[in-house]
Design a protein around this ligand. Structure first.
Ligand code: HEM
Length: 401
């Protein structure tokens, strides 16, 4: 039959979630088609190939304020975050916002922070030995990235707790939420933005002040106004905390659930830690999906995607795609089929700026855990990770040491 005569297929609605609510893979794999549409009209697609095509192919652009407006949010601190952050911009505006930051996050600069990071991890991990049951998520995994970001952004130690609380609440506003959670996230995003403004004013008086000062100079040279420059720092803070917290907790949980792999890692940390980090990021991706907007009409897996459609490649499924990973549901720190570019950090123009920092944070912390707490074991259920939106959720992890 002539292609032009074929009936146009409609993208089917998403099947409803089963009552257990947290089995994302089961839920997503049970969808009726490779492209499905949710109640807001957002289209989700699941394969690794479609994710790479969308994020690097030029058919779509990053979603901006659309996803806020879809939820009825049209002003306020969270709306401003979406409007001015590099994360939700595209084209020339995105480049102008990203370029001054990118140089500060170069791998060499981050690698130089390794000894400091190791010391930070040791300061958090060594006191745990012999303490019995320990809340790993809050005692280590939440503290380390918040302290690292606080070090880079000049947050005084006395403010760490308040800072962490604002950040972890503000980040909840990046995904579709209940109105109550959105209200709190909005309030905390406002507080965080004001707090960052005060940090920028005081930056020259702290050890990490160079980073902020150099960034502001570069931002001014590329024509960013001060409010826009400030929002990129807010993005760094928000993007660098919850993500690493979840990834570290999930990784330790998966290892302790498999004592054979944990013992092997403890016996040869230098050889096995980088692979364990790669595998953890694949097995439990932090980012559920990345909303994009179709710039023009195109076809995907035989379905028409009209210009203007919000379409989200889903990393939860892409990173378990059997076309890329052998036995994708097997957690294996020795896996050798990771593509060079790890999709857990996105792809294309918005690929994670903090990738080097995040990997180094995770590697150093895992090495310290392997060296100092090799007898660690689960003291309760393994961590559960769920969510299909921007940043996923984790319930917690208690270990016995
Ligand atoms: C395990 C930890 C992390 C994971 C899995 C992760 C994942 C991601 C992903 C998937 C993106 C792309 C989002 C998109 O295309 O919309 C992204 C962007 C970004 N990440 Fe990360 N991230 C992590 C840690 C960090 C850290 C530590 C920082 C900084 C301190 C950071 C800063 C950023 C920034 C600024 C962007 C925006 C880049 C842009 O829009 O051009 N991330 N991250």
């Amino acid at each position: 039959m002539d292609m032009a005569m074929q009936p146009r297929r409609e993208i089917p609605p998403m099947a409803r979630r089963r009552s257990d609510g947290r089995d994302d893979l089961g839920f997503l794999r049970a969808q009726p088609a490779p492209l499905v549409r949710d109640r807001y009209g957002v289209v989700f697609t699941f394969s690794h190939a479609n994710a790479m095509r969308l994020l690097t192919g030029g058919e779509v652009r990053q979603a901006g304020v659309e996803t806020m407006e879809m939820q009825g949010v049209t002003s306020g601190p969270l709306y401003d975050f979406f409007k001015y952050s590099l994360l939700f911009s595209h084209g020339a505006r995105h480049r102008a916002r990203r370029t001054p930051l990118a140089r500060s996050f170069a791998y060499k600069l981050m690698d130089a922070l390794r000894p400091e990071m190791r010391a930070m991890a040791e300061a958090l991990v060594l006191p745990l030995a012999g303490q019995g049951e320990v809340d790993f998520l809050n005692r280590v995994a939440a503290e380390l990235p918040a302290r690292m970001i606080a070090r880079i952004a000049c947050v005084p130690e006395a403010d760490f707790a308040r800072f962490g609380q604002m950040v972890y609440s503000a980040v909840r506003g990046m995904t579709v939420r209940s109105p109550q959670v959105m209200m709190r996230a909005m309030r905390d995003m406002g507080a965080l933005t004001e707090y960052v403004e005060a940090l920028l004013q005081a930056r020259r008086n702290c050890a990490g002040g160079d980073f902020l000062s150099e960034y502001l100079d570069r931002a001014a040279a590329t024509g960013l106004d001060p409010a826009e420059a400030r929002m990129q720092i807010v993005t760094l803070i928000v993007g660098g905390s919850d993500t690493t917290r979840l990834a570290l907790t999930a990784l330790l949980s998966r290892l302790l659930e498999r004592p054979g792999q944990w013992q092997a890692l403890c016996a040869a940390p230098a050889a096995l830690v980088p692979g364990a980090v790669r595998e953890g990021l694949r097995y439990d991706p932090v980012t559920g999906s990345i909303a994009q907007v179709a710039e023009r009409d195109f076809e995907m897996d035989g379905y028409p995607v009209p210009a203007g459609t919000i379409i989200a490649p889903t990393l939860v499924t892409a990173l378990r795609d059997p076309a890329v990973y052998a036995e994708p549901d097997r957690f294996d720190i020795r896996r050798d089929d990771h593509p060079k570019l790890h999709l857990a950090f996105g792809a294309g123009a918005h690929r994670c700026l903090g990738e080097a920092l995040a990997r180094i944070e995770m590697e150093e912390t895992l090495s310290v855990l392997a060296r100092h707490l090799p007898h660690a074991e689960l003291a309760g259920p393994p961590a559960t990770i769920w969510g299909t939106g921007a940043i996923r959720e984790i319930d917690g992890l208690t270990i016995r040491v």
